[in-house]
Design a protein around this ligand. Sequence first.
Ligand code: GUN
Length: 280
Amino acid sequence: MSARIIDGKAVAERLRAGLAARVTALPFRPGLRVVRVGDDPASGVYVRNKDKAAAAAGFDSATIQLPAVTTEAELLALVGRLNDDPAVDGILVQLPLPRQIRQDAVIAAIDPAKDVDGFHAVNAGLLATQQPGLVPCTPKGCLHLLREAGASLAGARAVVLGRSQIVGRPMAQLLLAADCTVTIVHSRTRDLPAECRRAEILIAAVGRPEMVRGDWVADGAIVIDVGINRLPDGRLVGDVAFAEAAARAEAITPVPGGVGPMTIACLLENTLEAALRRRG
Ligand code: GUN
């Protein structure tokens, strides 16, 4: 069997076009502010892509660049000003932050109604209790891709590899809300390959290049690869050994061009949602 490729780039383009059409019809432009502290080159690319996609879809988007020596108090003061600014609907503080700044303190300071990353404890709690809130962009994008791939979710055995606050845990919550039978597996799980082989839907989100081998994948599984890993030779690979897994899976996301483009599209979706909720 050779797997269908789930084209995240195309799905994200459609999603962004739909959002742009909705934004055009609004009497205001949803406001997004991306805050970047320091000059980590990898996050520079992400931040520029977010800004470009937001502007192209008609959002009022701006990046606020702060020096690497910014103190926690200075960043918290900026977050406070953005919380109070009525033109700002979404605030995203790009992670990771320099060492002198506590990530948790910054996330906790963001108004949950403007927390378009969905990282605030209030939004995590709303997701866990099946109430409307802002859902983290990457798992939300993965769920879109599963639906696009035609996955039957109700009753399906879903395995989430990775338990991060940003992807693994919220992914498990979303799949549970979609009536999957969900297992979270991680670095301390006994016999990871056997656990993954039980999955009809496998979400890999561990950040280890090509960790999931072909014999971890059940025949006919749908595989969503969240990993974006740069190898020493410059190649970009996922958490899944693509060719091996594609020989067994029914459908699989590529890296790049799978989950990555969906994350930005879902950030815009969250910003529009936040704007509509705040402004009625
Ligand atoms: N750094 C890498 N991914 C993300 C993300 O989704 N949100 C934020 N704020 N920072 C990131």
